[in-house]
Design a protein around this ligand. Structure first.
Ligand code: ADP
Ligand code: MG
Length: 330
């Protein structure tokens, strides 16, 4: 229980409503729609019910009202909103959604998609663009089909005396996937940073690495002392608008030298053994020891087989469906 308490505290601290006021000038415009405890319970029950094809009348009625109030706020962003729960989004539910596949095919038509690297860029882009929605009903359907949302509701419901969940409704700002970065902050020092979509090679990052690093490091200096995370140890995801030389905080995530470490360490290897979660990986001294700061990017394009082996499981299934057996020739 003590361990769960600690995890819950780390997750709650990184919730958007906990830091938005302090960091409003560093991030995207956001509106908050309260989710009451009763509504949270209804959403949690409906996830399982819908998975198993059951209908729950009382909960569906509650949800209809929730959709109405969410819609009123989403209407403030007529171009489309990005909606998430306080801690995480329903991006897992968009993975194999029809919208993602349609957008993916449209993007493929517009680019030279002869390599796996290019196909991966398109699918990652499509999967996020699919979250640009104007209909609260569609958002709710996405939420009620999301394992991430359900597990976050589950944790929040276990600590119902401190319940504070919201729909986070943000203006949808398309972020080119090459300009998204993950940075690791330990004791208020930025110890490591890397591209968010690791494995993918982006020539523009190789050309502009130093300039990007400087833009982010400068923004971090402006921000670090007002970040309301008690132990000043967290992950921050950045979006860089390279043309305008602007840097935005996308979100904060829990991080630290504890089991699972809160969030994915992307291009840094913090575990030698993923099953045992032993926390002895070769890069841990960059964050928790005395190795110097590193900014990592991919410096060359991986070959198709290598990328295929590293690829996120659901993309593999989707690629099989759309392109057939891509690797047969090799
Ligand atoms: N306001 C926004 N507009 C457009 N895309 C966004 C916005 N906020 C986040 N994204 C994209 O969606 C992804 C997931 O959002 P994020 O806030 O990081 O949620 P999660 O906690 O689920 O990772 C981000 O990595 C980014 O690519
Ligand atoms: Mg994120």
């Amino acid at each position: 229980m003590k361990k769960l308490n600690y995890l819950s505290e780390k997750v709650r601290e990184a919730d958007l409503e906990q830091w938005y006021e302090a960091l409003e000038n560093f991030t995207y415009e956001t509106q908050f729609v309260e989710i009451t405890l009763e509504e949270g319970k209804a959403m949690h029950s409906l996830y399982e019910a819908r998975m198993t094809g059951k209908s729950l009348e009382k909960e569906e009625l509650i949800i209809e009202k929730v959709i109405q109030k969410l819609q009123a706020t989403m209407d403030k962003f007529p171009e489309g909103s990005f909606v998430k729960l306080s801690s995480r989004s329903a991006k897992d539910a968009s993975v194999a959604s029809k919208r993602t596949i349609t957008i993916f095919k449209e993007l493929l038509d517009k680019i030279d998609n002869s390599t796996m690297n290019q196909k991966l860029i398109a699918i990652n882009r499509a999967h996020i663009l699919a979250l640009q929605l104007t209909s609260a009903k569609e958002v709710m359907d996405m939420f009620l089909g999301s394992e991430r949302i359900n597990s976050d509701l589950d944790l929040a419901l276990q600590f119902s005396s401190t319940w504070s969940q919201h729909f986070i409704v943000r203006k949808f700002v398309p972020i080119p996937i090459e300009y998204e970065f993950r940075a690791f902050v330990v004791n208020n020092q930025l110890r490591g940073m890397c591209q968010y979509y690791h494995y993918i090679y982006f020539p523009t990052l190789v050309l502009n690495k130093e300039k990007i690093a400087n833009l982010i490091l400068q923004k971090f200096e402006e921000m670090k002392d007002i970040v309301p995370i008690r132990d000043k140890t967290y992950v921050v995801d950045w979006a860089v608008d390279f043309e305008k030389e602007k840097v935005y905080v996308i979100e904060l995530n829990p991080f630290g030298d504890y089991e699972n470490m809160g969030t994915s360490s992307a291009m840094f290897k913090l575990h030698d053994n993923i099953v045992a979660m032993d926390r002895k990986g070769p890069d841990r001294d960059i964050f928790f020891g005395d190795k110097p700061f590193e900014f990592r990017i991919e410096t060359s394009e991986k070959d198709d087989i290598n990328l295929w082996n590293l690829m996120f499981g659901p993309w593999k299934s989707l690629f099989y469906e759309i392109f057939g057996d891509l690797l047969k020739k090799t």
